[in-house]
Design a protein around this ligand. Structure first.
Ligand SMILES: [Zn+2]
Length: 227
């Protein structure tokens, strides 16, 4: 060991070293490949156990899963079968996801998701004329059987995500997230108009009176049809 390295290590107190090697469950979970859409839940929020009691019936090991995501796992995994430990670990990930769906609706969670949105962490709209506008995660059903979808604030359409995110559960983001996000940050919806496809012939616009002009028909409103 070099002298300079020894001096650096001496300068670190034991508590500093503990901090250096202590990774929270949030940090670990969000760093996993395929979990890029998640933000780190504030540990204080995770300790509001009463707020998550309604989720309890969905879990076999709710209390133990909650201990894992609040970093008390050393107490949890002792003297249990490997099968139970696997269930507890799986349930801890599901619990983190479901709590995440409510955390991102708080001011703090929303702010973290805004950073990820601006960073393009959720990807871009596949619609060509949206010109790589960034999207938001959404799912219409709040059960854990459906994969996440992507909502574009410009064209207001919903798309399946790229294949690598097809295993990500949509309920971990919820159906209300884009709506509340854009209500809080309307500038992301209004900053650009949706560009529409304009047909041309050999590079020239088509006059409305030309026989080549095609005007898309508007969908009739309910009640318009007399039959
Ligand atoms: Zn779009």
């Amino acid at each position: 060991m070099t002298n300079s390295l020894e001096k650096k290590l001496e300068a670190l107190s034991i508590s500093n070293l503990e901090d250096l090697f202590t990774e929270t469950y949030s940090e670990w979970f969000c760093s996993l490949k395929g979990n890029e859409f998640f933000c780190k839940i504030n540990p204080t929020y995770l300790k509001n156990e009463e707020s998550f009691e309604f989720l309890k019936p969905q879990f076999k090991f709710f209390d133990l899963a909650l201990e894992i995501i609040t970093n008390q796992e050393n107490k949890v995994l002792e003297k249990r079968s490997n099968e139970d430990n696997e269930i507890i670990e799986k349930e801890s990930q599901i619990l983190y996801g479901l709590i995440h769906s409510s955390y991102i609706l708080t001011d703090e969670g929303m702010e973290k998701m805004k950073e990820k949105f601006l960073n393009g962490d959720f990807g871009e709209c596949p619609r060509l004329l949206c010109k790589n506008s960034v999207v938001l995660p959404i799912e219409f059903q709040n059960d854990i059987s459906q994969c996440v979808k992507l909502y574009c604030p410009i064209c207001k359409r919903v798309f399946y995500p790229p294949y690598k995110y097809m295993k990500m559960i949509g309920a971990y983001f919820g159906s209300q997230f884009p709506h509340l996000f854009l209500k809080k940050y309307p500038e992301f919806e209004k900053k650009q108009e949706m560009e529409k496809y304009q047909p041309t012939m050999f590079g020239f616009d088509i006059h409305e009176e030309s026989e080549l002009y095609y005007k898309p028909q508007k969908k009739s409103k309910k009640g318009d049809d007399k039959n």
